[in-house]
Design a protein around this ligand. Structure first.
Ligand code: 13P
Ligand code: SF4
Length: 335
């Protein structure tokens, strides 16, 4: 497809569908474009290894939000999913924010549509709304404070004990936090398709074959998986734990992309992806994996697809994000 036809089809396809010369050194081209356009590539740990290798910063949602807010680059190329790129635009609106594939969504964000969520919130008028960052800008705008898996406990603890809380959209993370903080919370019934697929039975069998292995899990996993975990944390926390802990083997219950950094940081250790409950590759996030190195190169080259946002919505969504960053800073979680 030529460039003008590809641009016309961008909403339908989600990306620029342009053939790339097979001899092109895409890695070198991306480096050239970064300098030429003063662009920064921010990538989530669930991106494919090639994308992680060209990124300027790889992180969890909290680290990525902070980096997006403070960067002075002219273009933020967000190698992650839509709500993450949208968050970058909310926090740093003067920058051009690009997403390699606009259709890189999130099953968890999709599980909370704005209309029904507003009705749910309105049924509990005395509750404060804490929403996990994996949600749309519309849900952020309906929330009082945003949290990530890396700061959720501190965010909840910052709310007075007698203040009732709605937690959305992840019921697994919400249940885990309710237990951890001792706070009763009204939970929205959403979940992540990747973290719900792990099989406790298969993890248990794996543990029999690898008795020394520690089970490390993301809090989006179901309660039964979290109950057998030796350590629970955000992607950055899981990575740090795997570097500082003395074990040699780990069963990792989160999206498989994180294994790339774990293995690079600790080449002498063994990392085993926790198996899903069928034979699919469902511990790969199909949304995250929509981004490819080729799409990343094309979006840098032609500066599309770009994230645009209505200013009224942006300001409403920014308020609870700012609150999150303030509390995280006061708690020493970010600089
Ligand atoms: P964190 O990297 O913030 O732990 O989030 C995990 C996730 O599921 C992102 O989509
Ligand atoms: Fe959404 Fe789950 Fe994919 Fe993260 S891993 S982007 S929460 S579907």
């Amino acid at each position: 497809m030529n460039i003008s036809a590809a641009k016309e089809k961008i909403q339908e396809k989600g990306f620029l569908d342009i053939e790339i010369d097979a001899h092109l050194d895409i890695f070198a081209e991306i480096e050239r474009l970064k300098k030429e356009k003063n662009a920064i590539i921010l990538a989530h740990y669930y991106q494919e290894p090639d994308i992680q290798d060209v990124a300027d910063y790889i992180g969890d949602s909290l680290g990525l939000a902070q980096k997006a807010r403070e960067t002075d680059a002219s273009i933020i190329v967000f190698a992650g999913v839509h709500f993450m790129a949208e968050t970058a635009k909310i926090l740093n609106p003067s920058k051009k924010v690009l997403l390699p594939d606009l259709k890189a969504g999130c099953s968890l964000a999709d599980s909370a549509p704005a209309g029904p969520f507003k009705a749910f919130r309105d049924k509990h008028p005395d509750h404060i709304v804490i929403s996990y960052i994996n949600c749309t800008a519309e849900i952020k705008a309906l929330s009082d404070i945003i949290c990530t898996s890396g700061n959720a406990e501190k965010i909840i603890e910052s709310v007075p004990k007698d203040q009732p809380i709605i937690f959305a959209p992840d019921k697994n993370l919400g249940a885990y936090l309710a237990k951890k903080t001792g706070r009763e919370m009204v939970l929205w019934n959403g979940a992540c398709m990747v973290h719900e697929i792990f099989s406790l039975e298969k993890i248990t069998k794996l543990k029999v074959r690898h008795p020394q292995a520690k089970i490390i899990a993301h809090p989006e996993c179901e309660e039964a998986v979290l109950a057998v975990a030796d350590y629970i944390g955000s992607t950055t926390q899981l990575l740090k734990y795997s570097q500082t802990d003395s074990s040699k083997e780990y069963i990792v219950a989160t999206e498989t992309g994180i294994l790339h950094q774990m293995q690079q940081a600790s080449p002498d250790k063994t990392f085993i992806p926790a198996p899903p409950n069928n034979n699919c590759a469902c511990n790969d996030c199909p949304h995250m994996k929509l981004n490819t190195l080729e799409k990343l190169y094309l979006c840098m080259m032609y500066e599309q697809p770009e994230i645009h946002m209505d200013e009224t919505l942006r300001l409403a969504a920014k308020k609870p994000m700012d609150r999150m960053l303030e509390i995280s800073k006061a708690a020493g979680l970010i600089g």
